[in-house]
Design a binder for this molecule. Structure first.
Ligand code: FES
Length: 158
């Protein structure tokens, strides 16, 4: 992806839904769309978005810093996010993270050398009743055990 210019017509359609002077409200949807295209938010994307929306750089940086669904670096094809908040921790999340580290040969925050998997830990993903759980890209996998993780990884490795 070279820049965000090809996305501007789409952003312009969204802008019609907002009152004048509220362009900053487009920050999150625009960032989501950029990440969908590139896979992450590059520095050049931020500069172009700031110029397009007429918002301050800090406003975009605050959004990127607060919302964990945005990433500033390329991720693996599959992004595994294991919740390690209270309910998931009480139901074995730390063991699952250790298990995944062993299976994938990486630590949280790292990507496998083949670029297939990135492993992360996440705060509560609002699925506490089915802890422990993790997201694989946009999909929730719940009531996890090492055996379920193995079956899941086998399906992804094929
Ligand atoms: S603590 Fe894991 S989903 Fe809430």
């Amino acid at each position: 992806m070279n820049g965000i210019q090809h996305l501007i017509p789409e952003f312009e359609r969204w802008k019609q839904r907002y009152p004048a002077g509220f362009e900053g409200s487009l920050t999150i949807p625009c960032l989501r769309r950029i990440q969908e295209e590139r896979g992450y938010i590059a520095d050049s994307d931020i500069e172009e978005l700031v110029a397009y929306l007429g918002v301050s750089r800090i406003q975009v940086d605050e959004v990127l810093g607060f919302y964990t669904m945005f990433t500033r670096e390329p991720l693996g094809h599959y992004h595994l996010q294991v919740c390690h908040n209270v309910s998931c921790s009480l139901r074995g999340a730390d063991g699952l993270v250790r298990y995944l580290c062993g299976r994938l040969g990486i630590k949280p925050g790292e990507t496998t050398p083949d670029g297939k998997f990135t492993l992360s830990t996440a705060e509560c993903l609002a699925s506490c009743g089915t802890a422990p759980m993790m997201m694989v890209n946009e999909t929730y996998h719940e009531d996890l055990t090492p055996a379920k993780v193995d079956a899941l990884l086998e399906g992804l490795i094929k």
